[in-house]
Write a protein that binds this ligand. Structure first.
Ligand code: ADP
Ligand code: UDP
Length: 237
């Protein structure tokens, strides 16, 4: 499949058209941003790791019955995906308190929840991706009730599947962000990426952070953490 025109350049990926109007090529960059684009940098090798990790995990989820946009990996940075109309919601699942949850509710990081939580942010850079509830999403016509129910069910299924997989790698899945989209026939599928950019992953034995928080919080060892988490995945998939 040949790359057509560049349709979009985001913070972490570029998106290209293909000869097939229902398919796109995504190309993963090493660029890293945090705090709604205020902090910018480069994580050498990140694009390759995020591309490969996202593809392996999406293939695993497909086998577990979660439909995704994944079609095929074209090379180490590029993947052919089904084109979707993105539902403009960041769907966040949490197993353990961290990040904005800890900040918003004034609690320490690391509190293990009895059951996972789910929240939505409205995907809107100009507004800073504000927290939004399902009534607001309906009022804004971002998705239908049926779509929101499906998205919730799929997000929790993804959590169970990924949590169990990462456990076998000695890694604790703390939280993550998903995006969903509609195929041309209206079917909802998992889209975008699942990577250390979009998940919090802690070494189960030491608690060491193996994700983008190393970049966000200037903890050092960012590239090494991305390499380590990819190595764990490759050893256990
Ligand atoms: P951002 O837009 O937040 O800067 P990226 O750099 O990751 O993010 O850009 C990738 C863009 O492609 C995102 O806007 C994402 O919602 C969108 N996207 C991901 N998967 C698909 C898909 N299958 N079809 C259409 N758009 C997609
Ligand atoms: N996340 C993401 N993109 C965003 C916001 C959050 O991928 O724009 C991921 C983040 O990596 C973490 C989870 O979603 O795994 C929860 O993030 P949180 O709400 O705690 O926000 P943050 O700490 O990034 O402000």
């Amino acid at each position: 499949m040949n790359k057509g025109v560049q349709l979009y350049e985001g913070k972490a990926k570029k998106v290209f058209s293909t000869e097939d109007p229902e398919q796109l090529i995504v190309s993963y960059k090493d660029d890293a941003t945090a705090f709604n684009g205020l902090k910018k940098g480069t994580i050498v090798g990140k694009g390759v790791i995020n591309n490969q990790m996202s593809n392996r995990l999406m293939q695993m989820l497909e086998k577990a019955g979660v439909p995704t946009h994944y079609i095929s990996e074209l090379n180490e940075r590029e993947t052919l995906v089904k084109k979707v109309e993105i539902v403009p919601l960041e769907v966040i699942v949490r197993n353990i308190s961290a990040g904005s949850f800890s900040k918003r509710y004034g609690v320490d990081e690391g509190i293990v929840f009895d059951s996972p939580t789910l929240e939505f942010s409205y995907k809107n850079d100009a507004l800073g991706d504000p927290l939004i509830n399902s009534y607001h999403a309906l009022a804004l016509k971002l998705a239908t009730r049926e779509e929101l129910d499906q998205i919730r069910d799929m997000a929790f299924r993804v959590n169970e599947c990924l949590k169990a997989f990462w456990k076998t790698c000695g890694v604790t899945l703390v939280d993550f962000k998903l995006e969903f989209g509609r195929l041309s026939n209206g079917k909802i599928v998992l889209a975008d990426e699942i990577s250390p950019d979009t998940c919090r992953l802690w070494d189960s034995a030491t608690g060491e952070k193996l994700d983008k928080d190393r970049f966000r919080r200037d903890l050092g060892g960012v590239e090494d953490a991305y390499q380590e988490i990819m190595k764990r995945l490759n050893e256990h998939i």
